[in-house]
Design a protein around this ligand. Structure first.
Ligand code: NAG
Ligand code: NAG
Ligand code: NAG
Ligand code: NAG
Ligand code: NAG
Length: 271
């Protein structure tokens, strides 16, 4: 970069005054990336046709000035992008180690070798502009599945399972998969599923997804929900308890009878 400020680049810097025009540019290429990843904005113009490219972000921050050449002459104008900007060829811009705050609209103002000498025509409809809408997302965390109180009617229980991500971030959508049959209605983060208690151990999976990643949790209604206390099971154990108590009482009674009547009789016979 020693003494590399050629006249055309100085001219470019003069014209790098952001024009403050609207941010939501029509026809912008939309790109979603995960935090820490990198992104490349392609201009779609052969590098040899380019003379200069000036990049801005959100229409108000001057980012990079590029003068075509081999290698291209690059000046990073925004310190928060220092060390994170590469111009592999003059017809593209790469940003590495993406941060959440890099989300925004990136615009390139291009002058080509075939342009008339006054290449800086203002106006966003100028064909020598390119716009890229970059969104940076965190990876979606593992979702948590919770169970609402269960209602059971004649051997069928209705489970409402809800799926959420803590600190979810933006644009998270949910989907469900399950191995159980039965009536199932999934609405976004809520799954309604009707199961007999003996199918409650079958796996249910919630997947949370954002534009750059997804994460799943698998569980079963049996693990998640408080026992619905089905009638048949509880009466069975009640019967068991009753039987054991009855046996104990009978045992005690017969022991008493033996002690009171049979033993004294034997003692008398010994006499
Ligand atoms: C662009 O603007 C959006 C919202 O207006 C902001 O969240 C984002 O951080 C800005 N991006 C840059 C790189 O300044
Ligand atoms: C499950 O959700 C449905 C629909 O929202 C509701 O009618 C039903 O009462 C819920 N059941 C339980 C046990 O919460
Ligand atoms: C979520 O996605 C929609 C459509 O892709 C987009 O319009 C919206 O801006 C996104 N929201 C955030 C916060 O990223
Ligand atoms: C899904 O749930 C949301 C909020 O609970 C509700 O507004 C919407 O109507 C439901 N959609 C369907 C198809 O049940
Ligand atoms: C979830 O992410 C993996 C990569 O991590 C991908 O292969 C898979 O297709 C994604 N699933 C969905 C439903 O997007």
């Amino acid at each position: 970069m020693d003494g590399a400020l050629r006249p055309s680049l100085l001219l470019l810097l003069l014209f790098l005054q952001p024009n403050g025009s609207g941010r939501a540019e029509a026809g912008a290429m939309e790109l979603s990336r995960i935090l820490g990843d990198s992104v490349t904005f392609p201009l779609g113009i052969p590098a040899e046709q380019l003379r200069t490219v000036s990049w801005t972000v959100n229409a108000t921050r001057s980012l990079v000035a590029v003068e075509a050449g081999n290698p291209p002459n690059v000046i990073v104008l925004d310190t928060s992008y220092k060390g994170r900007v590469r111009v592999p060829e003059s017809n593209s811009l790469q940003i590495t180690s993406l941060r959440m705050e890099d989300t925004g609209t990136y615009s390139a103002q291009i002058s080509t070798a075939t342009d008339p000498s006054n290449s800086h025509v203002s106006g966003s409809s100028n064909p020598n502009h390119r716009h890229f809408l970059l969104r940076v997302y965190k990876p979606v965390p593992e979702p948590t599945v919770l169970c609402d109180p269960v209602t059971c009617v004649s051997e069928t229980c209705n489970y409402n399972l809800s799926c959420t991500v803590r600190d979810g971030g933006d644009n998270v959508t949910y989907s469900w998969t399950h191995t159980a049959g039965g009536a199932v209605v999934a609405n976004e983060s809520i799954l309604h599923i009707s199961l007999s208690p003996r199918d409650a151990h079958l796996a249910v999976t919630c997947t949370a997804q954002n534009p750059v990643s997804n994460s799943s949790t698998t569980a079963s209604a049996k693990d998640l929900c408080a026992a619905p206390t089905p009638v048949s099971a509880s009466s069975l154990s009640y019967c068991h308890v009753k039987g054991i108590v009855l046996l104990l009482v009978l045992g005690a009674l017969s022991a008493g009878i033996i002690t009171v009547h049979v033993l004294p009789g034997r003692e008398r016979r010994r006499d």
